[in-house]
Design a protein around this ligand. Structure first.
Ligand SMILES: Nc1ncnc2c1ncn2[C@@H]1O[C@H](COP(=O)(O)OS(=O)(=O)O)[C@@H](OP(=O)(O)O)[C@H]1O
Ligand SMILES: [Mg+2]
Length: 285
């Protein structure tokens, strides 16, 4: 779809997944499920103002599309950065996960789109984890959406937007239903909530607790899987996001690009532990 939207240009896509597992002879069932799901999604495209392919895509076309996402990015040119499922653990648990797409030009993120299918209507439900599936459901006929949103922002616009997910058979009404989001106005540390990864393998919880204490943050941390943490900051549902990975771990650009630009355009600031902007110009190997 990206290629079709840019006059069938060969687009450079940096992405986490590859076709290795899907191409194994013992993955036939998985591959069939992927092909069916892709075609089901593509058939829904007109609902969102996009064109569906004239006929369903075959296995080889889908494998070819995935294997095209093998760019290593870099300092020069234009690169799309895709994380089809960020927070795999959250996804498997029926908890928070995100679908993230960003555009990087000359090493700078210029567009970010972050889909958060399980973002709950009430922010208090964000860290419900295992009990998430027992959350109340709203009826299909209700005007209020129960969960799910897409956030997006363009560099320099000074605006970040949130489109509630479309449920049931409703049509896409972009201009009417997108709402502007802004970071929280709270500047008193005692009233601020900070987010961090759920898994202790992905951050140092005791170190963040120490930093939080020295900053005067009193509230319990909001532990949320995936880039939904960036979404929570951009929407003003939390004030701070801290992550301190073990030494040696190299952060991946697809785990941050979309979230960073959305938070920045929503009025927030994102830096590394040294206070420097994150670097999206490296080559991904
Ligand atoms: N320190 C460290 N070590 C190994 N892997 C790491 C680390 N930090 C983040 N990740 C990758 O980032 C994704 C989830 O990160 P989160 O920050 O959301 O963590 S958590 O799920 O809340 O615990 C998840 O990637 P996905 O594959 O996109 O799910 C993790 O593989
Ligand atoms: Mg990821």
């Amino acid at each position: 779809m990206l290629s079709a939207s840019f006059s069938n240009q060969k687009v450079s896509i940096v992405a986490e997944e590859d076709v290795q597992t899907l191409s194994n002879s013992d993955s036939v069932g998985l591959l069939t499920a992927v092909v069916n799901t892709v075609n089901e999604c593509l058939a829904e495209a007109p609902k969102y103002g996009l064109q569906s392919p004239k006929e369903a895509l075959g296995t080889s076309q889908i494998l070819e599309a995935i294997s095209r996402c093998n760019s290593t990015g870099g300092r020069n040119g234009r690169h799309w950065v895709l994380d089809p499922v960020d927070g795999t653990l959250g996804f498997v648990r029926g908890d928070q996960y995100a679908v993230a797409l960003a555009l990087i030009e000359e090493g700078k993120v210029v567009i970010g789109v972050l889909g958060c299918p399980n973002y709950p209507r009430k922010k208090e439900w964000l860290n419900h984890h295992q009990s998430y599936q027992s959350m109340p459901k709203m009826s299909d006929t209700s005007d209020t959406w129960e969960k799910g949103c897409v956030l997006y922002a363009q560099r320099g616009s000074g605006e970040a937007w949130m489109q509630p997910l479309i449920h049931g058979n409703k049509k896409h009404t972009w201009s009417n239903s997108a709402q502007r989001v802004q970071v929280s106005a709270i500047d008193d540390p005692a009233l601020a909530t900070f987010c961090e990864p759920v898994e202790k393998a992905n951050t140092n919880h005791s170190f963040t607790a120490g930093v939080a204490h020295s900053m005067g943050l009193n509230k319990q941390p909001l532990r949320v899987h995936s880039m939904v943490k960036y979404a929570a900051i951009a929407r003003g549902d939390a004030e701070i996001f801290m992550k301190f990975a073990q030494s040696g771990y190299k952060e991946k650009i697809w785990d941050h690009a979309a979230g960073v630009i959305i938070v920045e355009e929503a009025g927030g600031v994102v830096t590394d532990a040294g206070g420097h902007p994150l670097d999206f110009s490296g080559v991904c190997t």
